[in-house]
Design a protein around this ligand. Structure first.
Ligand code: AP5
Ligand code: MG
Length: 190
């Protein structure tokens, strides 16, 4: 089963992915974590990614899709296991590319779990994390930009997946456990 965890910056995608991995043993692909690893290692991709991430902008579709394609080719066993996609797709072009890539492996996106969180709570969570972990894009200027980019470029995916019948909105303002219980219900009904 392939799941997309969808939501605004700070909505809990990473947190709920960890719970899903523990419960169902799926493979986790977080494009944000992948890019931060490249930045830490100082690779060419990392340098390019840093120039976008620090401005709260998305990495261009073509580059991001290539990165995913390479990952699939290098690790087809991950797709066989089932994947949680966290932070990908973020645009309609990425969603269409994902569908094409999964088709090559005779599979598809089975469910999209959308975490709905109020904007003031999103900002509170990211500022708090910025203080605790020092994540570079968790400052108010970059957070504001990330939220604008989310509304403009990523939020249209809600309608895209709703039209495909695979979007499951979940109230993400609750506790981690309560949210996870709702996600498990989506799994049970699939
Ligand atoms: P990415 O790393 O994906 O960041 P994001 O989407 O901004 O989301 P976050 O990781 O900040 O939040 P999250 O939803 O994972 O929430 P979390 O569980 O951490 O992307 C970073 C950047 O990389 C992008 O801006 C872009 O530049 C680039 N990028 C990545 N993917 C790309 C793509 N596909 N295309 C182009 N560019 C791409 O939770 C947040 C905090 O809240 C944590 O501290 C957590 O402990 C806390 N928390 C979680 N749940 C709860 C709860 N229920 N109650 C209270 N606190 C909670
Ligand atoms: Mg995350």
């Amino acid at each position: 089963m392939n799941i997309v965890i969808f939501g605004a910056p700070g909505s809990g995608k990473g947190t709920q992915s960890d719970r899903l991995i523990a419960e169902y043993g799926l493979h986790h692909i977080s494009t944000g974590e992948l890019l931060r690893k490249h930045i830490a290692e100082g690779t060419h991709l990392g340098k390019v990614a840093d120039s976008f991430i620090s401005q709260g902008q998305l990495i261009p579709d073509e580059l991001m899709i290539d990165v995913l394609h390479d990952l699939f080719r290098q690790h087809p066993e991950h797709i066989a296991k089932g994947v949680i996609f966290d932070g990908f797709p973020r645009t309609i072009a990425q969603a269409e590319a994902l569908s094409e890539m999964l088709k090559e492996y005779n599979t598809e996106v089975h469910a999209v779990v959308g975490l709905d969180v109020d904007e003031d709570e999103l900002i509170r969570r990211m500022l708090q994390r910025g203080k605790e972990s020092g994540r570079a894009d968790d400052n108010i200027d970059t957070i504001t930009k990330r939220l604008q980019v989310y509304h403009k470029q990523t939020a249209p995916l809600r309608d895209y997946y709703t039209n495909k019948g695979s979007f499951h909105p979940i109230d993400g303002n609750r506790t981690v456990d309560e949210i996870f219980d709702s996600i498990k219900l989506v799994f049970c009904n699939k």
